[in-house]
Design a protein around this ligand. Structure first.
Ligand SMILES: Cc1cc2nc3c(=O)[nH]c(=O)nc-3n(C[C@H](O)[C@H](O)[C@H](O)COP(=O)(O)OP(=O)(O)OC[C@H]3O[C@@H](n4cnc5c(N)ncnc54)[C@H](O)[C@@H]3O)c2cc1C
Length: 593
């Protein structure tokens, strides 16, 4: 039987990923040219879709950008990039307003101050108006979280996808897995850019195995995080670090990969260990939820004066400590002392899920919870316009490290980061594409750079069933070893052993000839940079805690970057980056009232 030929397409703008970052960017660049979005599952599948708590923005006139900035710096262990913080906190409200104009509906206060429980439902009726209900979460000193009940991400993803699907200039390719960034090695092959330059991606249709090539003037990687490198994670199955691995292989640097946020309260379900864990948003703690160990003791006040409202890393470590000390499998979260109607109005999704899977009534029963890998503060090193070391390659969202989160992310800042930097990257990419079109007029495929690329093989050779089951076993083995080596509490020895384990799994890994095998290689690359970064940071700060260096040290008041900056351009912006890191003394002064 004759094999179908690989298809090659050309666009001005190529986007990998269809979460908040990719879709926001796609809508913005559609004004300037033709756009392709490639996404490896169905378009809505993303971490964005599962976000519950909300999106932070200074909304209340009594709140201020300065206060949001201070909270971000404090949560970030004073390792945040000061300019990234300023950009996100000051530009954030405008970007959220655009999201609302686009059709996203957030919960509003009703006359009595109650929450409108309908917001967040996909088929919600027309917006009734009224003030937005602003929630408060751990680490925020002000109520500034806009939310759609406890299904904020679902509502944002719906609004963005509706617009993208209605936009004639954007083609969405679902079930299309990006396997490789195409890079031209020659100097000056794309406009205004340092060499090397990105020419697009090779991809494969995950259903048919047919390969394809997408050539583009600019490429945005917005492929999300890598929670699947841990055995317990709140992230969906698509979060396998593909964006980070793709960019690293193409020569981009990565920053702050040691800072991984473990959500303290994922639902504990003894029968679903190893699957994506259901998140109990910290808005439950914000609304007064209390944590108890299985002995019935409320333990958080013993660890931190802020008790359950302490930042996530503090709460996650306290739970980890309780579990290890008592040998328990989980702790309990209690919101039953609050008004039942209010609880049901604010947390309808959590209430329904707990009822369905565990038969629990959260207005009366305590909820069993455990920590789970949740968010990567680090990622591909990005400038303030999402630029990377590679010309024409932009990075945005959770796959990027803009420096906003420093050593720890303030709750609800990541959706906002995706939104703000998607806008900035879109403006920068539009300028880049314009210049590139002048330098490389005509069909991209006929250009010298594209013609020098290796040809695409028509179809993906499938692995045998036996090889596929080896891949699945190796993935579980890798997840377990990453948890032991680079979990909530680390040691130098655990990290060194972890690296040996990664090498060992890598040697046994089948070739990347299927989606699962490709993901395994991406997870291996991600695991390796987590451990290497963690070994470099010989102190404890924010989300990185090592028993060998339990104190914070001024000598490590800087981001950890791995990978050689390849060109002057990168060196320049990395220099800027270092300058921008606020010193601890400055930040402390800024935070004093
Ligand atoms: C359960 C949960 C709750 C959360 N709650 C909040 C919250 O309340 N507030 C907040 O601010 N943040 C929250 N977060 C974090 C936030 O949702 C994410 O950081 C953010 O949505 C990331 O957006 P993104 O666009 O960068 O990536 P994602 O939304 O993860 O999208 C990535 C996209 O890339 C695609 N992709 C990946 N690899 C490939 C590939 N090789 N080829 C093609 N496509 C690929 C995926 O299929 C997906 O479409 C939460 C996260 C989770 C998991």
């Amino acid at each position: 039987e004759e094999l179908p030929p690989p298809f090659s397409r050309e666009y001005d703008f190529l986007v990998v990923g269809s979460g908040i970052a990719g879709l926001t960017y796609a809508l913005k660049v559609a004004r300037y040219g033709r756009v392709a979005v490639v996404t490896k599952a169905h378009a809505a599948e993303s971490s964005t879709r599962y976000a519950q708590g909300g999106i932070s923005a200074v909304w209340d006139p009594a709140d201020s950008v300065e206060s949001h900035m201070e909270d971000t710096h404090v949560a970030g262990g004073f390792l945040c990039d000061a300019r990234a913080v300023e950009v996100v906190c000051s530009e954030g409200p405008g970007r959220v307003r655009e999201l609302i104009e686009l059709g996203a509906r957030f919960s509003r206060r009703q006359g009595s101050g109650e929450i409108d429980a309908d917001a967040g439902e996909i088929d919600a009726d027309a917006d009734e108006g009224g003030e937005y209900h602003l929630a408060r979460e751990g680490g925020h000193r002000h109520s500034r979280i806009l939310h759609a009940a406890d299904m904020t991400g679902r509502e944002i993803e719906r609004a963005l996808l509706d617009k993208v699907r209605a936009c004639a200039g954007v083609d969405v390719f679902e079930h299309t897995f990006a396997t490789r960034l195409l890079k031209a090695e020659q100097e000056g092959c794309a406009a205004g850019s340092p060499a090397p330059a990105c020419l697009g991606v090779d991809a494969v249709n995950t259903r048919s195995g047919v390969r394809s090539r997408f050539l583009a003037r600019t490429t945005l990687v917005a492929a999300g995080g890598a929670g699947q490198v841990y055995p317990s994670t709140t992230n969906p199955a698509v979060a396998t670090g593909d964006g980070i691995a793709l960019c690293m292989r193409a020569g981009a640097a990565v920053t702050n990969m040691e800072f991984i946020q473990f959500h303290p309260t994922a639902l504990y379900h003894p029968e679903s260990v190893g699957e994506s864990a259901f998140l109990i948003t910290e808005a439950v703690r914000g609304a007064g939820g209390r944590l108890y160990n299985l002995g019935g003791e409320r333990f958080m006040p013993c660890y931190d004066a802020r008790a359950e409202l302490a930042p996530r890393d503090v709460v996650a470590r306290a739970i980890d400590d309780q579990l290890k000390a008592r040998g328990d499998t989980h702790v309990l979260l209690d919101i039953s002392h609050r008004d039942a109607n209010e609880v049901l109005a604010h947390f309808p999704n959590i209430a329904a899920h707990c009822k369905e899977v565990l038969g629990l009534d959260i207005t009366r029963d305590r909820i069993p919870v455990v920590p789970a890998a949740h968010y990567f503060c680090g990622g591909v090193s990005a400038g303030l316009d999402g630029e990377t070391a590679i010309g024409g390659l932009f990075i945005c969202g959770e796959a990027a490290c803009t420096g906003l989160h420093g050593a720890n992310r303030l709750a609800s800042n990541s959706l906002l980061e995706g939104l703000v930097f998607a806008h900035r990257a879109a403006e920068a990419a539009a300028a880049y594409a314009r210049a590139d079109a002048e330098d490389r007029p005509g069909a991209l495929a006929e250009g010298e750079a594209a013609r020098s690329l290796p040809p695409v093989a028509p179809v993906w050779l499938q692995l045998s069933q036996e090889a596929e089951s080896t891949v699945a076993e190796l993935r579980r083995e890798l997840q377990a070893l990453v948890w032991r080596a680079a979990g909530i509490v680390r040691t130098t020895e655990s990290l060194e052993r972890g690296l040996e384990g990664v090498r060992d799994v890598r040697e046994r890994a089948p070739a990347a000839q299927s989606v699962a095998a490709h993901e395994l290689h991406n997870l291996l690359d991600t695991a390796e940079v987590i451990m290497r970064s963690a070994l470099q940071r010989r102190e404890s700060r924010g989300l990185h805690y090592t028993l060998d260096h339990p104190e914070q040290s001024d000598g490590f008041q800087r981001p950890t970057t791995l990978g050689e900056p390849e060109c002057e351009h990168t060196t320049l912006w990395l220099d800027r980056y270092y300058e921008r890191v606020v010193t601890e003394t400055e930040a402390a002064a800024m935070c004093s009232d």
